[in-house]
Design a protein around this ligand. Sequence first.
Ligand code: A2P
Length: 268
Amino acid sequence: ETRDARPLPFPIPANVHVETVVSVKHYTDRLFAFRVTRPQSLRFRSGEFVMIGLPNAEKPVFRAYSVASPAWDEELEFFSIKVPDGPLTSELQKIQPGDPILMRHKATGTLVVDALTPARRLLMVSTGTGIAPFASLLRDPDTYEKFEQVIVTHTCRDRAELVYGQELVAGLADDPLIGEFTNGRVTLYSTTTREESPFMGRITALIESGKFYSDVGIEKLDPAVDRIMICGSMHMLKDVKELAESLGFKEGSVSHPGDFVVERAFVG
Ligand code: A2P
């Protein structure tokens, strides 16, 4: 590992690894993405999360972060909120390339393709930084091996918050490793709730009114055709889960694969 030689101010806790920030990109005053070196020994499935922290205290604060990069990538990407007085993100938002980042090695999470039974189409429903695990899955060939068509919805307060997802999906076709898999099979449906944009409203309301179906050009969600993954704000998780259940979808897990999965570890 190529971390610079500056000694860290505190001893590193057991089972924690020190990685190095490679790049940082700020999208808005509330959102930023960053890439870090990948621990040689870290194994994860696209869609899972790890615990990350900063080496700035005897007992550092760790938070669950979905890995936004695919499992084959040699770096790890994360997409984070900035909370002005947040115990981790108030400091994390200041990171620069070369800075150390702490990471626990265990990756886990519910948003993995193995937790879903086979079907033709996969719907990924996200708000805010909840798009991160889908950024991983959208760049993993396994997703396209299992599903013919992928629809990802991303709802944010304003247009600037949609840019990360738009850049991601626009980049899929040109990706030398997965461009051939994704070709014509991914639809991004971006909506805003607090600023004018081409598609407006909460995804729950858009599905309930039917506008989602006409905008995207698909028939009503159907457990015989669709699988659903859900990640974002707590209230959204609850509302979309209830909506999915009202349409006949059953929640799944890796031990009991089903029609939909929800990531509850995620905050922000
Ligand atoms: P809204 O602006 O109407 O609250 P946040 O930035 O607060 O995490 O929210 C991200 C997006 O999630 C916002 O566009 C917000 O809409 C939307 N949202 C919040 N709660 C729900 C919910 N229960 N169902 C659907 N969307 C929601």
